[in-house]
Design a protein around this ligand. Structure first.
Ligand code: MLT
Length: 324
């Protein structure tokens, strides 16, 4: 018997109503499942939020990293949890959009989860190990094309943000890459710094500190305007590559069937966190763009996710990225 069915029977047997559970929620710690490695961009954002949401909710929010298969193992764990507000799924454009086109998932990315809040976004950034002899995006593309075998690109697994961005980079530039999957872009970045892989098309929030420290080299960001926090890095278009636009947004979801009042409490706590000047300063310092205030509703996240599924699934299917 599935965990969800078991939970539903238990709730019915005890005569609990969702309203009764929602009234005093939360009474014990909440788990946020981050589907990638500790120390990476998803983990970093989740921990900043968890710390501030604890103050509003009066209970700790514990981050659990459940990694593998482009984030789909962690999302599956969250989807299959009881719909009681004590398990939250942290994810993004990769896990909650792209994965549906890449894997045969045992869950439906729209029907089996409830959106809670749309989180900050950041453009992707093309970064290489320092040993690559290129000083501009144009030179990098020439160097990548001149290699006898495809250069290596680190990703957080098939269907992750860094993988989709890498495939996008291939299609707009005509290069060919060989992907090296990790459990997140934190370990991929360590290998890039050590020179074990050639490049990553990474979330800016993950790479920017290393770019500033000079341990890796940045070529361009996939946005229409330069980042306020790193104005020296050109957009892909300014660097001569048209059509390479991608913003990786994140979000929080809970299992389908979670009482509306609990979703509202979680949304309110997340909104309070995102409006806190100290949290904003921390996230903006990582190169993240804060969610516009009118987009901080569960409905806005649901609409964004559906629109991105309509946009990305045909692109991913055309690129024939599949993992069975
Ligand atoms: C991570 O936290 O490692 C990332 O979100 C991975 C990715 O999707 O590229």
């Amino acid at each position: 018997m599935g965990r969800k069915l078991l939970w539903a029977l238990l709730v019915a047997g005890l005569g609990l109503t969702s309203g009764a559970r929602a009234d005093d929620y939360p009474t014990h710690p909440i788990t946020i499942i981050v589907p990638f490695a500790a120390g990476g961009p998803s983990d970093a954002m989740a921990r900043v939020l968890a710390e501030r949401m604890r103050i509003s909710l009066g209970q700790p929010l514990v981050v659990e990293n459940v990694t593998g298969a482009g984030g789909s193992i962690g999302v599956a764990r969250a989807v299959q949890s009881p719909p009681d507000g004590y398990t939250i799924s942290f994810g993004h454009l990769g896990t909650h959009v792209a994965n549906g086109a890449v894997y045969k998932l045992k869950y439906d990315l729209v029907a089996d989860i409830e959106p809670v809040v749309l989180l900050p976004s950041n453009p992707m950034i093309v970064v290489s190990k320092n040993a690559v002899p290129a000083t501009s995006l144009k030179e990098l593309i020439e160097w990548l094309k001149s290699r006898p075998s495809p250069p290596t690109a680190g990703t957080a697994g098939a269907g992750s943000g860094s993988h989709i961005a890498g495939v996008y980079f291939e299609s707009v530039s005509g290069i060919k890459l060989q992907y090296v999957p990790y459990r997140g872009t934190a370990p991929a970045l360590n290998d890039l710094i050590a020179g074990q892989i050639d490049l990553i098309v990474d979330q800016t929030s993950n790479s920017i500190a290393q770019v500033r420290a000079g341990t890796i080299r940045a070529y361009a960001i996939t946005d229409s305007k330069r980042l306020a926090s790193a104005p020296g890095i050109p957009t892909a278009e300014e660097a001569g590559l048209k059509g390479f636009n991608m913003t990786l947004w994140s979000g929080l979801w809970v299992p389908k069937g979670t009482p509306k009042e609990i979703v509202a409490k979680l949304n309110a706590a997340a909104v309070e966190a995102l409006n806190d000047p100290a949290v904003r300063k921390q996230l903006e310092g990582q190169g993240l763009e804060m969610t516009p205030k009118d987009q901080l509703t569960p409905e806005a996240l649901g609409a964004r996710q559906k629109a991105e599924i309509a946009k990305w699934w045909p692109i991913i299917k055309a690129a024939n990225i599949k993992v069975d």
